[in-house]
Design a protein around this ligand. Structure first.
Ligand SMILES: [Zn+2]
Length: 432
């Protein structure tokens, strides 16, 4: 980590929902303390000293700001991750299979992980995320042992990578409706939700899914926030839930008092009209993971309808088949286009606001900044505005990332992160 400058002069920045030029951002103690854009309509301010209404001398009088070329965005949020799934990329995509055969391959990797190899893999994965523009991550952690080593490994990995971490300890006490954990799943299980709660205390929580916690134990999670839960990713989960309890997974969570603004449901792919109304009226958050849902042939969740019903939408890289916030965001629009054969469900500004988790480059916000190049082969000539970020850029265009006031990644780091990822995989996948 290099010593952070306390101010940046941004060539272009997305501020208050529009792109402004020549924005001075000052930060202290991990927060943005001042944002001074050049007045709208002013051109080439460096060529005309004093042309801002505030003189350059005044604006730049404190410590010399670091100039960042390109388009700077607020930090982007990865609201759903299983760090160790990064080991599956390029391996589980081969051939045919289903979600359920993918799950077998995922368990095979899980079985091989130790706290040490988990740390190495998670640090490399979190570094890849940061370099892609994700400045915070909700890690949905179900691969815990009775002892807390793997959670500690994740915390240490996130700290070294410089990403903000919300570690959601997931309760997983049954492998299906009425079925006990089997094989490596035993490693995830605390036995009962009550024993899970004793171990976790008041920390951020997750219910793996309505498959993984019996109905008569769901009361343990009432009132907990944040609470995340995988929901209706597969039609098979809905069918089994209906057979077991006579209601959909969404209605089950509602009847148990578990929906609301403190809850995030992940996927929400196969929903009824009643499910959408329940999630919206309770202001439940919905995390969509388009690149994972695409990879696993899950289907397309009704993100637009959920937003219109009252849900806050977020995105996550989940299985890390792809780690690219721009790809997740544009997929919200592109998938709806394929599903409906109409365009224009989301504007680029709406999608960018989703990516930023509602935060912005503004006073009082965390000192998190993501800069993308606007002259690459992908982004050149695309307008250098929010449409460039959402509809043209990729993770490879991220040139500079600040988290909590510290520089945590630049374009120069990509090769080194690649080597770290390769080394982490070497320890997990024996050479043929
Ligand atoms: Zn997941």
């Amino acid at each position: 980590m290099s010593e952070p400058p306390s101010s940046y002069l941004l060539e272009r920045a997305w501020v208050d929902g529009v792109v402004r030029e020549d924005v001075l951002v000052e930060m202290a103690d991990g927060q943005i303390t001042r944002v001074t854009p050049a007045p709208l309509g002013s051109q080439n301010p460096h060529d005309t000293p004093g042309g801002h209404g505030v003189s350059c001398g005044d604006r730049l009088s404190a410590a010399e700001p670091r100039s960042l070329r390109g388009l700077t965005l607020p930090g982007l949020t990865n609201d759903h991750s299983h760090a160790f799934h990064r080991a599956l990329r390029g391996r589980t995509q081969r051939g045919r299979g289903t979600f359920w055969t993918w799950r077998e391959q995922m368990y095979a990797v899980a079985e091989r992980l130790t706290p040490d190899t988990y740390f190495t893999l998670a640090r490399a994965t979190f570094r890849e995320m940061v370099a892609a523009g994700y400045t915070s991550v909700s890690e949905f952690h179900y691969l815990h042992d009775p002892e807390p080593q793997t959670g500690d490994a994740l915390r240490a990995a996130a700290a070294e990578a410089g990403i903000r971490l919300t570690l959601l300890d997931a309760c997983y006490v049954s492998s299906g409706f009425g079925a006990p954990p089997e094989g490596v799943q035993v490693r995830y299980s605390d036995g009962t939700a009550e024993r899970w709660a004793e171990r976790v205390g008041d920390g951020p929580a997750a219910i793996h899914s309505v498959r993984a916690v019996p109905r008569d134990q769901l009361h343990v999670f009432r009132g907990r926030s944040p609470l995340h839960v995988h929901l209706s990713e597969q039609q098979a989960e809905n069918d089994a839930c209906l057979a077991a309890y006579g209601v959909t997974p969404t209605r089950l969570l509602h009847e148990e008092g578990l929906l609301g603004p403190g809850t995030t449901v992940v996927h929400a792919t196969h929903l009824t009209d009643d499910d959408i109304a329940l999630l919206g009226s309770t202001r439940t958050n919905v995390c969509i993971t388009p690149t994972t849902e695409r990879d696993l042939a899950d289907g397309i969740g009704p993100a637009r309808r959920l937003a219109d019903a009252g849900c806050r939408i977020s995105v996550g890289s989940d299985s890390h088949a792809v780690v690219d916030p721009f790809e997740e965001l544009r997929a919200l629009e592109m998938d709806e286009r394929l599903a409906t054969r109409t365009r224009g469900h989301w504007s680029a500004a709406e999608l960018l606001a989703i990516g930023a988790g509602g935060r912005g480059i503004a006073v009082g916000e965390p000192a998190d900044l993501v800069t993308i190049g606007t002259t690459s082969t992908r982004t050149a000539g695309t307008g250098a505005d929010e449409n460039t970020a959402v509809f043209a850029a990729t993770a490879a265009d991220v040139t500079h990332v600040v988290v909590d006031g510290r520089v945590v990644a630049t374009a120069d780091d990509h090769d080194e992160i690649g080597r770290e990822l390769a080394d982490a995989m070497e320890a997990l996948w024996p050479r043929p």
